[in-house]
Ligand binder design. Sequence first.
Ligand code: B12
Ligand code: SF4
Ligand code: SF4
Length: 313
Amino acid sequence: MSHKSLFKKIFQTLEQQGYQGRMISVEHLAELQTEIEQRYYQGEMAREVYDEEPCKKFEFTNPAALPEARSLIIAAAPQPPVEATFHVNGQPFPALIPPTYFFYTDASIHQLLDSVLGPEGYHLVKARLPLKLLAVRSGLAQYGRNNITYIPGMGSFHRPVAFYTDLPCETDSWGAAAFMPRCSTCQVCCKICPTGAITPDRFLIHAERCLTLHNESDRDFPEWIDPAWHNCIIGCLECQSSCPANKDVAARTDHKAQFSEEETALLLQGTPQEQLLPETQSKIKDLEIVEFGYFHLLPRNLRVLFQQQKILA
Ligand code: B12
Ligand code: SF4
Ligand code: SF4
């Protein structure tokens, strides 16, 4: 098959699944690296965030597993927030996990790309890169003022992923970073962000203030965080769920596990995963928190949510 036909087939295959994608040449990696490093050295990026994984593991050169990579495919799949229901004192308590924490779409995109490229002898390797910048500069997405990226039809409720491939890049969509036009007359996210992480005076968020950084961490919550600000099992949804650009997608939630009173009590006590009943383990696995290494944070994060609702003292 010609490169042009392959290129067409890749994007048709993604679109048939409701996904979207773009392709750029690996030649732009150096520019991507310079942009990120300049911001870092100019002090725009919080060192406590960018000196840690996954940012410190960004790789701006072809991966060892595919040194002859010629292009990058950046793709995104719609991903709604997920709801899990817990039970405390006879009361059901629905709690949300934002998009991002579910890997299944990465595997699905990988599989689809491989089904097109594999039979033609091309290879794919997952990239460790700044995905928002890549999505925006490839033309797949636009930045919102909240510093999250938006794709038509998906809003910000999508999960991006990128793959290196040895397929030559014949249609390169690299361009300048775009800002969602509607943000120029809107500041809803700045006002709603509980921690003041989004400020109108600069585009980058004050990442060190983002609630997500703190409730994804093992460290005790800093004193300046009001417990009432927590709104998810992990992460935070405030600047996305309030955004008018998400109006058409915000109502969708995937309903997953229901945890009984006994299961909720065991989780709150911090019972090790392997000591939970197999059906509880399977529900937890379904939430993908285990894969992310966040299972141990559940007792603390659930407790703070329940206390806020006065369900627990
Ligand atoms: C580090 C990180 C964090 C840190 C720091 C966040 C940050 N803004 O950098 C913390 C822990 C705080 C965090 C929080 C969240 N994160 Co996060 N995070 C990442 C990670 C690992 C890297 C982000 C990164 O590259 N930062 C570097 C900075 C410099 O890049 P940037 O934010 O894109 O900044 C660019 C713009 O500011 C632009 N720019 C600057 N000035 C101007 C001016 C104009 C006019 C324009 C157009 C552009 C522009 O240039 C900068 C780059 O040079 C990615 C995964 C990945 N591998 O990419 C996920 C990722 C970005 N996170 C994601 C999400 C969803 C979140 C949360 C909503 C958490 C949640 N799910 O509950 C919050 C949102 C916070 C927010 N409002 O941004 C998603 C975003 C999906 C999407 N729709 O865009 C990602 C891609 C993970 C994933 N695979 O889904 N995150
Ligand atoms: S809330 Fe308003 S300013 Fe913020 S990202 Fe959404 S449209 Fe843009
Ligand atoms: S995720 Fe929450 S804390 Fe972080 S910037 Fe958005 S609203 Fe603010």
